[in-house]
Design a protein around this ligand. Structure first.
Ligand SMILES: *Cc1c(COP(=O)(O)O)cnc(C)c1O
Length: 425
């Protein structure tokens, strides 16, 4: 469910005509819907209400301060993976007690800044990192809490680059090693190791890996408690499905149905770190058709957005539904899916202007006929879209726009050529 819908053959974000945004801000531009963001957030909150749950939105999915502020105002905490994200969270007015800090390579500077900000938990990825955290906490004279990231060794069966919960990854420690880590570091005066963190990676399409992970972690928690360690929280990470295609992933309620019964009466606080399940379909990337080109038997639609704006198709073979902003009525209200079987569509490759063969958004995709100047919406681009954008080919970063009901505002200005060289001497 999202708030990007066609009315009389024209695409709207909530009550705003997308063409109006293009006229005023230009293209390419990221457009986010506030109502969609909050709808997802509230659904997760409601689904897990039976447990003492903290939702820590994962900033790396979409980190604009305005979006973080919306979520902070509705009680969200944040999952951060760098000092830069710590800064963003603070600027957005986050409740620092609801911030969790993950990442296999935290620097001393980042750790010290997070200690001083009194964040909720450090999510620990290795013994070496924990030793360093203890040393830095002592040095700063600050007490903190930590969660040990454990690999339950379940495979959510996603793309190989985004699987992180199996044994052979750089993240976290195996279940067997977790007990040793607690034995060695579990009773420290400065770092209170009192939680378990799991993150399975992104893109799982079923709830099974989560249930399996909880089933493997609970006996560990029992064992640790039996040895006198106070385990107060389980952080189940993120990776929950997002609607890249209509109705193909479990809902927040589905996840809760699988997970909540396992954790009831376990005296555990639950932390969730959703990223894309909150923002993915809350954003589109709007782009304009520059040229049509016939190459052999293929038809290319060349657009003004490139892989520097949205790298997911090139990086992960990710699917994004792409559709013209203005279409005949018969082409509206469709399920967003790869396999559209409707008369009157053309098969095209939708590609960007960058000098790389991988600069594409879709291959052999069926879309209604388009012409130069038409606007195309690349759907479900809210997560890992703008945050992964780069200046490759000296292309200024696109603008970001937030829609709220009948209104829209630019929440990040389009970069200028001057911005591109501002730091160069
Ligand atoms: C990236 C990440 C998330 C969010 O993942 P999504 O797939 O966007 O939900 C949550 N936790 C950690 C530790 C992460 O690295």
């Amino acid at each position: 469910m999202d708030y990007f819908n066609y009315k009389a053959g024209k695409l709207f974000a909530e009550d705003v005509d997308i063409e109006k945004i293009a006229e005023s801000v230009g293209t390419p531009v990221y457009i986010y819907s506030k109502a969609t963001i909050l709808d997802h957030f509230e659904k997760i909150k409601k689904a897990f209400a039976e447990l003492d749950t903290t939702i820590c939105y994962s900033i790396k999915a979409c980190g604009n301060i305005n979006i973080l502020k919306i979520l902070a105002d509705f009680g969200s905490g944040f999952d951060i993976v760098s000092g830069g994200e710590l800064y963003r969270a603070a600027q957005a007015g986050a409740d620092m007690k609801k911030v969790v800090f993950a990442g296999a390579g935290k620097t001393d500077q980042e750790i010290t800044a997070a200690l001083k900000a009194q964040i909720g938990y450090f999510n620990i990825e290795s013994e070496a990192e924990l030793e360093n955290l203890i040393a830095l906490a002592e040095q700063a004279g600050v007490k903190t809490k930590a969660a040990l990231r454990v690999n339950p060794d379940v495979d959510p069966k996603t793309h190989k680059h985004i699987t992180t919960g199996t044994k052979e990854t750089k993240f976290g420690v195996d279940i067997e090693r977790a007990e040793k880590v607690f034995a060695q570091y579990g009773k420290n005066d400065y770092v209170n190791l009192c939680a378990i963190h799991v993150h399975l990676g992104s893109g799982g399409k079923t709830i099974d890996p989560y249930r399996e992970a909880v089933e493997r972690i609970l006996p560990l928690i029992e064992k640790l408690r039996g040895k006198g360690f106070k385990i107060e929280a389980l952080d189940l990470g993120g990776g929950y499905g997002a609607d890249y295609q209509t109705d193909t992933v479990p809902s927040a309620a589905d996840y809760a149905d699988g997970i909540v019964p396992l954790l009831k009466d376990k005296n555990l606080k639950l932390i969730l770190e959703p990223g894309k399940s909150i923002v993915a379909n809350a954003g589109i990337l709007l782009t304009k058709v520059l040229y049509l080109k016939q190459g052999g038997r293929k038809k290319f639609v060349i657009v003004d957005a490139g892989m520097n704006d949205l790298i997911r198709p090139c990086l992960y073979d990710a699917f994004h539904f792409i559709w013209p902003v203005k279409v005949e009525e018969k082409f509206t209200h469709l399920r967003r899916t790869e396999k559209l079987d409707i008369k009157g569509l053309e098969f095209v490759d939708i590609v960007g202007p960058i000098c790389e063969g991988t600069d594409f958004f879709a291959k052999d995709r069926a879309i209604p006929p388009v012409k130069r100047g038409d606007l195309l919406a690349i759907f479900t681009a809210g997560a890992y879209g703008f945050t992964m954008a780069s200046n490759y080919n000296a292309r200024p970063l696109s603008a970001e726009v937030l829609v709220d009901g009948k209104n829209f505002k630019v929440i990040r200005k389009r970069q200028t050529y001057k911005d591109l060289i501002a730091l160069e001497k």
